[in-house]
Design a binder for this molecule. Structure first.
Ligand code: DX5
Ligand code: ZN
Length: 220
């Protein structure tokens, strides 16, 4: 894990009628990763995009595709998302009956493994898998929609996780997702997050000035 802050804009807040050019604009604006929220209308009460869309976006950029799967059951789709061009595949432990198996399915595809914790999901749920994964995605809103309010209570969990990672000398990124803005981004960093996801702030603040918004989230 590096100490440099990475910004992973969520295309959930992009204009879906021109997703390709939005991704290119994000790359030009200095995004580190592209965060892709995949929802199934079952694990979360919203529907977004699937592997076919990701496959079409893949040739447009070399940026890391940070794919956040909010689908259940998740196992049957891992291969499709890997083939579509995902670089990091993050799943929720509640979306599988066998977390280790899901981890190994992602590893078999040579992709980075992320596990996501919803606001009320405890670290204990994933502690025994920390040796096997590359990233923990802490949700700071209930998964499902962009534009929700940041839940400051997850900062404590972020701090605790960071302490465990340090203590055990693990190589794991901490990503935070949901309601990140120019004020709370510094709290998230201080708590230990090194990758910030943002949809609304990046696409809507400062009249949609992507470059400025990415830079502000990075430096604030
Ligand atoms: C919510 C998604 C988030 C969301 C972020 O389920 O996982 O990635 O789109 O959007 P904002 O930054 O608007 O909360
Ligand atoms: Zn997300």
């Amino acid at each position: 894990m590096s100490n440099l802050i990475k910004i992973s804009p969520s295309i959930l807040s992009a204009d879906f009628s021109k997703l390709g050019s939005e991704v290119i604009s994000l790359e030009r604006a200095g995004a580190d990763y592209i965060h892709i929220d995949v929802m199934d209308g079952h694990f979360v009460p919203n529907l977004t995009i699937g592997p076919e869309v990701i496959k079409k976006l893949r040739p447009l950029t070399k940026k890391i595709f940070d794919v956040h799967l909010m689908i259940s059951p998740v196992d049957n789709f891992i291969k499709d998302f890997a083939n579509a061009g995902a670089d990091i595949i993050t799943f929720h432990p509640e979306a599988t009956s066998d977390t280790l198996k899901t981890i190994s399915l992602i590893r078999k595809e040579n992709k980075k493994v992320g596990i996501s914790l919803k606001p009320n999901s405890k670290i204990q749920l994933i502690e025994k898998y920390l040796n096997e994964i590359d990233l923990v995605l802490i949700m700071s809103v209930e998964p499902g929609f962009a534009g929700q309010k940041f839940m400051p209570e997850v900062l404590e969990k972020t701090k605790t996780l960071k302490e465990i990672i340090k203590r055990e000398n693990l190589n794991i990124d901490i990503e935070i997702d949901g309601g990140i803005n120019f004020e709370n981004c510094s709290l998230a960093k201080k708590a230990g997050a090194n990758i910030l996801v943002s949809g609304s702030t990046i696409f809507k603040e400062n009249k949609g000035d992507l470059k400025k918004n990415i830079e502000l989230l990075r430096t604030n």
